[in-house]
Design a protein around this ligand. Structure first.
Ligand code: AHR
Length: 675
């Protein structure tokens, strides 16, 4: 800056400049205070209230972004059944994820064999001929980006093995026994744990098991299986599970991810999707019967998201998980048509199951209900019992269709399925579908059709900008209460470039207040998608990111968690004097009697609030406030990492009227305890 020519010394000039700065700053602060003095009044009427769905907030699970295999399903071996194929990814085949090892002078050959499968659903196996043992001939598997192991923890290994007869593949010596060394190794070959199993004749498939204990914590170990004698052996269904699965279940779920989901307190869980449900062409529709029973007999298939689904996490594991976390199951079955946007069959659009095959398909749908709820002496109830769950699972809801194009083919098949369910199982509430978007042709036609059939609930989907969510807070205010109820089955706000930001999460929070207010018409809501493995995403944003060792919840996760934890069954009228970038809702939870007020400040400045709790007897009571805030609404957690905001709980003094300043960009939940 050029100094003006005066008789004032530079020091005196600087001092007077500083005084001017101070005066300016004081004026700006005074103006800011004046702006902040605009108090918003939030008036809760606890005398009134309407019943709302007690099951409003739940979860949407789809094997997308490696959510199941390489994700929630705790299996550590990738491609354990040698069933990967080029239809999934052009460079893939049965040996993807595997390495053939011939150590220290070992010699032999490896083939993919399909001459004598364990089960027709599991056609391929690895056939290894060991001609010279050396330091071992066999296979290694590097899991999903490496196998994470923890020092001192135990891992259950299993493999199906079959010794082949003399003469097969030119092998000349009969082998009655073939010992195998099973190891956990670092990628540099350091042994972290070892056990031995022994394959023996007769030459039928036999499962061998062992327990390995890891000596070190390593994020990217390998599983190694080495033959220690010459011979000819087929291996299949090579498996490694941590013993510490969620609730210690066999064939179970990854404990940390499952716990993160349980901590959402979801009231329901949708499964298996999403587009995965209706699949990539008719042959790819998700068939629930292929996903139960012994894992080596299940029918894995190409995932619509272009990888492999082993269906090790199948219907049994899904229902079991629902029970473990107290969520109602909400399975969704295809409506007799495939996905109109199938990626491999792109251009063919929606395909319809031929009418001649519809009776069998409908029977599959009815069988699912019997499998879930039927007595143990029913055909399908007996299968549930044989899997270890004689008690019924208590299925109440069943989705039919996902975002389907509203064609005649769809309508005809949906109606057949719907009427069959109603006739045989009137106790089941069917959830229909109204297309992929919050408006448009399929949406309108879907609603019209659902209305004609009196479908009890329909499934709406929308992935939109934060502004869209703020602009549509009154979407359900005017929905006809006599028409079908709504399941907001898939929704997420995303900023530009599909970023998951605090702004987006708060838009979802604001929207959830509007769903609570309309909880008499909106029965369920689930953010989508739920899970995404870092480096393997096909869709963003997602609620929970993870890698092999860590879980990274997003801000959206905490929003969902706060609504899940603070659900109610009566919505109390809640008026706000200024709804610009601000939303609020209040509920009462009849189980605890607590009154819960949710306040969303979407502005970049704090908002002074005057909260009036009308009609609440014996105030003040003890109350807590949980605040989710972060100064910068633009902060994103696109692929996991430390979330920019986490909820913090503290006590708050409340009375019939009390003041509270909602921080900038925040969700606050005030919970007034009844006792
Ligand atoms: O949630 C991701 C995908 O979005 C679902 O599979 C599909 O139903 C929707 O289009």
């Amino acid at each position: 800056m050029k100094l003006p020519k005066t008789n004032v010394s530079p020091t005196a000039f600087t001092n007077s400049m500083n005084r001017i700065k101070i005066v300016l700053l004081c004026t700006i602060s005074a103006l800011a205070l004046a702006a902040r003095a605009e108090t918003t009044t939030v008036t809760v009427d606890a005398n009134a209230g309407k019943p709302i769905s007690p099951d409003l907030v739940g979860i949407f699970f789809e094997d997308l972004n490696y959510a199941a295999d390489g994700g929630l399903y705790a299996e550590l071996v990738q491609n354990r059944s040698f069933e990967y194929s080029a239809t999934e990814q052009p460079s893939w085949g049965p040996l993807t994820g595997w390495e053939f090892l011939k150590r220290g002078g070992g010699a032999g050959e490896l083939w993919v064999d399909s001459s004598g499968p364990i089960h027709p659903n599991n056609p391929h196996s690895a056939l290894i001929q060991i001609t010279s043992v050396g330091d071992g001939v066999g296979l290694s598997n590097s899991g999903f980006d490496g196998i994470p192991v923890k020092a001192g923890e135990q891992y259950d290994f299993s493999v199906f093995a079959r010794l082949l007869n003399v003469g097969d593949r030119g092998h000349s010596k009969p082998v009655g026994k073939l010992p195998l060394s099973v190891r956990l190794e670092t990628k540099d070959g350091v042994v972290l744990g070892e056990a031995g199993v022994q394959a023996s004749s007769p030459a039928d498939w036999k499962q061998l098991t062992a327990t390995l204990t890891a000596s070190q914590t390593v994020p990217d170990a390998r599983l190694v299986v080495l033959a220690k004698e010459p011979g000819l052996i087929a291996l299949d269904e090579v498996s490694l599970f941590p013993q510490k699965t969620f609730k210690g279940r066999k064939n179970g779920l990854r404990a940390d991810l499952a716990q993160a989901i349980a901590d959402l307190h979801p009231k329901f869980m949708r499964f298996p999707g999403g587009c995965l449900t209706h699949g990539d062409g008719l042959g790819n529709i998700y068939r629930w019967k292929d996903t139960i029973g012994p894992v080596e007999q299940r029918k894995g298939q190409a995932n619509i998201w272009r990888y492999h689904q082993s269906v090790g996490l199948g219907y049994f594991e899904y229902f079991q998980f629902c029970e473990d976390i107290g969520a109602k199951p909400l399975p969704v079955l295809a409506a007799g048509v495939s996905c109109q946007n199938s990626t491999r069959t792109r251009g063919t659009g929606q395909q319809c199951i031929p009418m001649a095959d519809m009776p069998a398909y409908i029977q599959d749908v009815l069988d699912l209900i019997e499998w879930a709820n039927g007595p143990t002496n029913s055909i399908w109830g007996a299968k549930r019992a044989a899997a270890g769950h004689p008690a019924p699972f208590g299925l109440k809801y069943l989705g039919v269709g996902n975002e389907d194009k509203q064609t005649d083919g769809f309508r005809e098949r949906f109606q057949m399925i719907y009427e069959a369910i109603r006739a045989k199982h009137p106790e089941i509430t069917v959830v229909g579908t109204v297309g992929p978007a919050p408006s448009g042709e399929d949406f309108d036609l879907g609603w019209k059709f659902a209305g004609q059939l009196h479908v009890p609930i329909v499934d709406e989907h929308y992935y939109q900008s934060p502004e869209w969510f703020w602009d549509h807070l009154n979407r359900y205010d005017h929905y006809d209460r006599a028409k079908p109820k709504v399941y907001v089955g898939e929704y997420a706000a995303h900023d530009a470039k599909r970023r998951s930001t605090q702004r987006a999460a708060l838009a979802e929070a604001a929207y959830l207040t509007s769903l609570e207010k309309n909880g008499d018409v909106v029965h369920f809501a689930s953010y989508a998608p739920l899970l995404a493995r870092r480096g393997h995403t096909q869709w963003t944003p997602d609620m929970i990111y993870f890698n092999g060792t860590d879980v990274f919840p997003t801000i959206s996760y905490y929003v969902q968690q706060l609504f899940g934890l603070n659900a109610g069954d009566t919505c109390l009228p809640t008026a706000v004097s200024d709804s610009n970038e601000f939303a609020a809702s209040s509920v009462r939870d009849s189980k605890t009697g607590d009154l819960i007020v949710k306040l969303v400040n979407g502005a970049n400045t704090p908002r002074p609030l005057r909260i009036e709790l009308n009609g609440v007897a014996t105030l003040p009571r003890s109350a807590t406030k949980t605040v989710l805030t972060g100064a910068n609404a633009d902060v994103a957690n696109p692929d996991g990492g430390v979330p920019a905001a986490k909820p913090e709980v503290s006590p708050i003094e409340v009375g019939p009227v009390f003041d509270y300043e909602a921080p900038a960009n925040s969700l606050t939940v005030i919970r007034v305890q009844s006792k």
